[in-house]
Design a binder for this molecule. Sequence first.
Ligand SMILES: [Zn+2]
Ligand SMILES: [Zn+2]
Length: 296
Amino acid sequence: MTPARKKAVKRALPAAPLLGAHVSAAGGVPEAPARAAAIGATAMQLFTKMGNRWAERECLDDECASFRERLSTTVVTATMAHDSYLINLASPDPVLRARSIESFTKELNRCRALGLDYLVSHPGNYMDEREAGIARNADAITEALEASPGSTLLCLETTAGSGTSLGATFEELAAIISLVDARYRDRLGICIDTCHVYSAGYDLVKDYDGVFARLDDAMGLSRLKVMHLNDSKTPFDSHRDRHELIAEGSLGEMPFRRIMNDARLVSVPKVIETPKLDDAIVTDTKMLDRLRGYIE
Ligand SMILES: [Zn+2]
Ligand SMILES: [Zn+2]
C-alpha cells in the first residue's frame, strides 16, 4: 500500500465501517471503483470477467494500472472478486474439473494483477459422493494456489445447501480448509453470506450468538474474512438462494443490526448483493445507509 493510500485509509476509518456492495464492472474493471464511490462504499466486490461464461481473459497492464489509479481516488479500502459460477472444483468429471482448476487459477491471477485483497468462491457440487467431493475440492484449491502465488486471500463462501453443493455447514468448509496443503492454508478464509447460512439452517434470527459460537467451534472466528449481507426471499432452512433487500426478507432487521454492532466483526469487510431494482446507485445507497443507520 502506498503512503498516500495509507493516509486515505486512516481518514476513512473513524466514520466508515468496511461496507460496500457488489458493483458492476460493465465496460471494464476500471469502471468499477467509480460505481463503488457513487454509493459511498468503503468495500467493493466485482467480477473480473463474465461470471456466467467460460471465456477467459487476462488483466492487461494498462487495465490494472487504470483500475488501481481510479481506486486510489476513492475511500474503498477492501476489494474482492467473486469467482465464476461455472467453476466446479469438486466435480467428479475430470474434464470439467480440469477446466475449473484452469479457470480458477486465472481468477487468482487476475486478482493478483489488480491487487485485490480477496477472492470469494463458492465450493463446488460433489455430484457423486460428499466425502470424495470435499477431497477433490481441497486438492483443486491446492493446485490453483500453487500455480498462482500471491497475497489475495481465498475465501470459501457458505452456501444455501441446495442439491449437491458443498459448503452449507461450517464443518464442511473447515474440512475443505484442513485438506488443503498446509503450505497454502494461511491464504484461506471464509465468507459468510447471511442469506445462505439462514437458508442452510443457521438461525441468525433466533440464535445469533449460537451461530457464531458454532462457527468459532468449527474453525475459529479468525477464519472469517468477508461477509455478504443479504436478506432472503425464502424462509428459514429453505436451502434456497434468493437474495432480498436488507430487512425486507425473512431475516428482517435484527440480525443486520447485531452484525453492524458486533465488535468481533468490525474489521471484516461487508458487502451487499441485494437486488438493485431500477437504479443500482439509488438502491445500493439506500441499503448501505440503512445498514450504517443500525450502528449504535
Ligand atoms: Zn454471497
Ligand atoms: Zn446467494
